[in-house]
Design a protein around this ligand. Structure first.
Ligand code: SAM
Ligand code: SF4
Length: 329
């Protein structure tokens, strides 16, 4: 059985973008009230008394947009300072990064994934649901700043959407040739955006690989990350290309993670809506942390069964109740 040692921690469900694959278009979301967010102290307590004693050593901060969380730099500092933390990373849309990258790095964040679905400002604006002038440039500046500050590896996440950014696959892949950047192509999943999703709404990773292979050739890379990406590279390039194929392949047997939502729900499997534990309520009711740890240990124990047998439980309609921004993608 895979060691589950990786926790993705959502810091906030709010976001300054409205990406069409992430949020239902037009609909207002019920945001988590500030008092319902796990506090800084609650997150640290859960790490120290529950997750680290159970063997978790790798943490990723996400959202929503994690850089919108007040006090995010302090939180990075405190998590990085925990002796058990082997790996601390963040997934961000990069919009606020140019002013925050240095502070985050100094606080102990060394790895970062930035979402960048297009190199064309207009297409970018269509995807992220905002047509504010300069928004692509500001995001690109954020990526450049992170690179200069020294984030290594620096990964760019691309969700490929047919008819929207599919024709940029080669241009985005080319970013890995001259720089040690890792471009990760993610198959679009039907989470939180049922109206956009149809059988041909996603591009299989193999199709993406073939386009790149046709242009430059493609070889398997010996660099492997913590996650489910299959890693390749263009021969002679400095960076790599990752493919996250949750639609066309099942990688549940490699799953090493759990997700903690900004309001404290611990989710054993991205696709399962029913097997979660409400850690925030337990903490605020004064439940002893030993007891909370036992509950999480039990969830870890039954996680393989949840992964395989109850994967889509709670989603019989094919529609997930929470969006990626709410789950903490
Ligand atoms: N706001 C940050 C960002 O966009 O990087 C972090 C949160 S976002 C939910 C994390 C990742 O989930 C992003 O790389 C995004 O592209 C991906 N994502 C969101 N919705 C998705 C979907 N329906 N299918 C596949 N990936 C998705
Ligand atoms: Fe926001 Fe990230 Fe979702 Fe885009 S993918 S709407 S940036 S949370």
């Amino acid at each position: 059985m895979n060691q589950v040692d990786y926790l993705r921690i959502s810091l906030i469900d709010r976001c300054n973008f409205r990406c069409q694959y992430c949020l239902p278009q037009g609909a207002e979301l019920d945001y988590i009230l500030r008092q319902e967010l796990l506090t800084h102290e609650e997150i640290i307590t859960l790490l120290k008394t529950v997750f680290i004693p159970l063997g978790f050593t790798k943490f990723r901060l996400t959202g929503g947009e994690p850089l919108l969380r007040p006090g995010v730099v302090d939180l990075v500092q405190d998590i990085a300072a925990l002796p058990a933390t082997e790996d601390l990373s963040m997934t961000t849309n990069g919009f606020l990064l140019s002013s925050m990258a240095q502070d985050l790095y100094n606080a102990g964040l060394k790895r970062i994934n930035i979402s960048l679905d297009s190199l064309k400002p207009e297409t970018f604006e269509t995807i992220i649901g905002y047509n504010k002038r300069g928004i692509w440039q500001q995001t690109w500046n954020g990526i450049q700043t992170a690179y200069q500050v020294g984030f290594d590896p620096l990964k760019l996440n691309v969700v490929v959407i047919p008819g929207v950014n599919e024709n940029e696959i080669e241009d985005l892949a080319a970013l890995s040739i001259e720089r040690n950047w890792h471009i990760r192509f993610i198959e679009f999943m039907p989470i939180g955006n049922a109206e956009l999703f149809s059988d041909n709404a996603w591009v299989p990773s193999e199709e993406i690989r073939q386009k790149i292979r046709d242009k430059w050739g493609l070889m398997e890379s010996n660099i492997k990350g913590n996650g489910p990406a299959d890693v390749f590279k263009i021969p002679g390039s400095k960076g790599t290309l990752g493919f996250i194929s949750q639609m066309s392949e099942c990688f549940c047997d490699r799953c090493n993670r759990m997700r903690l939502s900004a309001d404290g729900w611990l989710r054993p499997c991205l696709l399962n809506e029913t097997g979660q534990i409400d850690l925030k309520t337990l903490l605020r009711q004064g439940t002893d942390t030993t007891e909370i740890k036992e509950k999480v240990a039990h969830l870890l124990h039954i996680k393989p069964e949840i992964n395989y047998k109850q994967r889509d439980s709670g989603t019989e309609t094919g529609i997930y109740q929470r969006t990626m921004s709410q789950i903490g993608g």
